[in-house]
Every structure is written in structure tokens, then in C-alpha cells.
Design a protein around this ligand. Structure first.
Ligand code: NAI
Length: 345
């Protein structure tokens, strides 16, 4: 089998630590890669004066696939988020974040198996902010028919491909009657289109505040959640917390021509360089990439390998999971766990 050409973006903070773990685990699942390393984030800004050099964007366009570690965005001032720019430039319009209970890791919320489908290109992330008068700032929430329709169709298509049962549109259309009202209308139309095409995916909708309450009281009632950009960002972290923390939640950004795989979490500057970051979210993001590259066998093997470690190798778990292990120790345990898995049929 020929090697997959993939752009490798280590990012900064814990990025290089967890991204290199993911690379090693993917290779342990008998995947062959030709990694093309490119800069992005704080390091790129310091070295090139640009957190997202054009050369990095061009390389992802040419390859079509990237594995990305998290990168820091300064708060308040400083450079514009390289993540937001990347998603816009490559039109990575759909951010998929599966949130599933991890075997062996107890949670106080019961079994969870939901998927967050987040619109990735507009909303308050449009970055259209103005100081209209001293002490008065506006920030524009942009919701378009085109992007809302596109992400809603993606959610129904995803639900069908992954044999899920229901899509729930999340909104605040009682207050933002036009913006969230448009998003909700597009979701309803996507449901009608799905039905017309013979689909059987169910549909309902919920206010984002009620959703948050339901998620901490009865998360099992949700399946695929369809959200605008900002709600999706916030609810993702909440959902990750339900299964044991940010170190466990993977993600993928999909466009028509490119896909970039990255964990939900950020660059965790508070633990960067200490060798204790949890690599699981990044490894599972890598597993999603294997699936995207047409290797569902590697996807399954990696997931099973991770599960074998969270279930049976508590000694290897990192401090965020209540253990005393290190990134390196956990990575090594997962590599052994993956290698011990039989090749799925
Ligand atoms: P964060 O996700 O980096 O960290 C939040 C908390 O979770 C911290 O206590 C951190 O130590 C912990 N944590 C996160 N990932 C972990 C892991 N793998 N293992 C163990 N503990 C982990 O969020 P924060 O602090 O709000 O953001 C830090 C920086 O990351 C910011 O500059 C932010 O803009 C950026 N960021 C980047 C993202 C990306 O590149 N896709 C996504 C989210 C934030």
C-alpha cells in the first residue's frame, strides 16, 4: 500500500507533544505516511510574522489532509487566530466532534455517545468588531442561508453514513429570531430533503440553554447535535467534560476539498513542556483521519487499542485522568495496545 501524504502541523504549547504521539500511534496501526511538516500558530508568527503562512495553506490544499496540534491565540490583542483563518481559507465548513464514554473511565453522567456537528466558518467568529463610540463595541453575528444549509445537509448526511438516529438543531431563535431563526429553518429544510431522499433520520430542536441543562442531567437523550459556530465551541467543551475532560475529545474539520484533524482542546500553556499532556484526544483525531483516508480498519484498531489502555492500564493514565503517568508512557502503552489488536475484518 502506498504512503499517505499528510501535512503535519505540530502547533505550539502541548501541540508538538501530543501530535507526535498521534503520529507514532497511527504508524503502529500499519499506516504509512509521508509527513510534510509545516508551521502554524505562535511559532510561525514569531518566525515568519504570520501565524498561518501561505505556504502552509498551499501545502494542505495540495495534499487535501492535515493532522494538526493545537495552537495558541493571544487573548484580547495580538494575532488573529490561525485556527479560525485556516478554517475560513480552506472552507472547512464542518467541525465534527464525537463525544463518547471511554471504556474504563467512570463518569457521573452515564453512557454518552453523541456527535457535535459545528458550523465552522461564520457566526460571531466572523471577527467583525467595531468600537462604535468610546466604551461601546459591537460584534457582528453573521448567519447565512448558504452556510446554514450546507452544515445542516452535512449533519443529515453524516447521520446517515454513521447510522445515527436523530439530528437535533441547537439554537436561541426565541431571542435571535432572524439569525438563529434562519439557522433553524435551514435545519428543517435539510430534514425535509433527507426524508424526500428516503432517509429515516429523526429531527428535533432545542434551545441552547436548555440543551446545557439536559446534557448534565440526561446526556443520553441526544445523538447528533447541529450547532452554529459559537454554541458548538462552548457545548463541545461541556460535552468533553462529561466524558472525563478535554484530553479525550477528538475532532475533524471537513470541507469540499480538504480535511484537517485536531483535538477539541487548546495548547494548554499551563502544562506545556511538562510531559504530562494527555495524547488520547489527538490520537483519536488521528484515528478519524485514518477513516477519512479510507482505512476504517486502522480507525477501529486505534480506538480499540486506546480502550484497552483506559480499561486495563490505569498505571499509564496522565494526571488529567487521575493517574500519575506521562505523555510518553501513555503513548507507549497505546502503541502496545494497538499492536495487540487483531486486524479488524
Ligand atoms: P485548553 O484546552 O488549552 O486548556 C484548558 C484546560 O484543559 C487546561 O487546564 C489544560 O491544561 C487542560 N487540557 C487541555 N488539553 C489537555 C490535554 N490534552 N491533556 C491534559 N490537560 C489538558 O484551553 P485554554 O486554556 O482556554 O486555551 C489555551 C490556548 O489554546 C489559547 O490560546 C486558545 O486560543 C488555544 N486554543 C486552540 C485551539 C486549537 O488550536 N484548535 C482550540 C482551543 C483553544
Amino acid at each position: 500500500m502506498s504512503a499517505h501524504q499528510v501535512v503535519y502541523l505540530p502547533g505550539d504549547g502541548i501541540g508538538p507533544e501530543v501530535a507526535s504521539s498521534a503520529r507514532r500511534v497511527l504508524e503502529a496501526a500499519d499506516m504509512e505516511f509521508d509527513w510534510i511538516e509545516k508551521p502554524l500558530g505562535l511559532g510561525a508568527f514569531e518566525a515568519h510574522g504570520d501565524a498561518l503562512p501561505q505556504d502552509t495553506v498551499d501545502a494542505i490544499r495540495a495534499c487535501g489532509v492535515a493532522l494538526k496540534g493545537p495552537s495558541t491565540t493571544p487573548i484580547g490583542g495580538g494575532h488573529v487566530s490561525a485556527n479560525v483563518r485556516l478554517r475560513k481559507e480552506l472552507e472547512l465548513f464542518a467541525n465534527v466532534r464525537p463525544v463518547k464514554t471511554v471504556p474504563g473511565l467512570e463518569t457521573s453522567h452515564g453512557a454518552i455517545d453523541l456527535v457535535i456537528v459545528r458550523e465552522n466558518t461564520e457566526d460571531l467568529y466572523a471577527g467583525l468588531e467595531n468600537e462604535v463610540a468610546p466604551g461601546v463595541v459591537t460584534s457582528l453575528k453573521v448567519i447565512t442561508d448558504r452556510a446554514s444549509r450546507r452544515i445542516a445537509r452535512f449533519a443529515f448526511d453524516y447521520a446517515k453514513r454513521w447510522e445515527r438516529e436523530r439530528v437535533t438543531a441547537v439554537h436561541k431563535a426565541n431571542i435571535m429570531k432572524l439569525a438563529d431563526g434562519l439557522f433553524l429553518d435551514c435545519a428543517r429544510e435539510a430534514k425535509e430533503e433527507s426524508d424526500a431522499a428516503g432517509g429515516t433520520i429523526g429531527f428535533d430542536d432545542v434551545l441552547v440553554d436548555a440543551l446545557c441543562m439536559h446534557l448534565v442531567t440526561n446526556p443520553g437523550r441526544y445523538d447528533v447535535l447541529l450547532l452554529e459556530n459559537l454554541y458548538g465551541d462552548i457545548v463541545s467543551d461541556l460535552a468533553a467534560g462529561l466524558i472525563g475532560g478535554l484530553g479525550l475529545a477528538p475532532g475533524g474539520n471537513y470541507g469540499e476539498d480538504c480535511a484537517v484533524f485536531e483535538a477539541i482542546h487548546g495548547s494548554a500553556p499551563d502544562i506545556a513542556g511538562q510531559g504530562i499532556a494527555n495524547p488520547i484526544a489527538m490520537i483519536l483525531s488521528g484515528a478519524m483521519m485514518c477513516h477519512h483516508l479510507g482505512r476504517p480498519d486502522a480507525y477501529t484498531r486505534i480506538r480499540r487499542g486506546v480502550a484497552s489502555v483506559t480499561r486495563d492500564r490505569k498505571d499509564a493514565l496522565t494526571p488529567d485522568l487521575g493517574g500519575t503517568g506521562t505523555t510518553e508512557g501513555l503513548t507507549q502503552a497505546i502503541i502496545e495496545g494497538v499492536q495487540a489488536q487483531p486486524q479488524p475484518a
